[in-house]
Write a protein of this length. Structure first.
Length: 95
């Protein structure tokens, strides 16, 4: 199944929610999984982004749906990138 890198930046509202309820992170991950995207790994970042997630989804449409639904809440902005396994790239370029 395809894997994606998802970078997130919290809005002011998202930061306030996180401060008041840190467990909200796990609740959002459950929401994401209910939309058909599995969170494989998640880290909090220091820098221009607040979180990086490695997620798995059937296709980019599922990732787009998650991005729109989460973004519509007003608490987060996301960027997503499809990731290709290095062995797959080697095989692709070798043929």
């Amino acid at each position: 199944m395809p894997k994606y890198l998802m970078l997130s930046r919290l809005s002011e509202q998202g930061l306030q929610t996180l401060r008041a309820n840190p467990e909200r992170i796990n609740e959002v991950n459950k929401d994401v999984e209910e939309l058909g995207v599995k969170v494989l790994y998640q880290w909090f970042l220091l820098g221009p982004h607040d979180f990086v997630n490695i997620v798995e989804a059937t296709d980019s449409s599922a990732i787009a749906k998650v991005s729109v639904i989460l973004g519509a809440r007003g608490s987060v902005h996301t960027e997503s990138y499809e990731m290709l396994d290095v062995d797959d790239v080697i095989e692709l370029l070798g043929s």
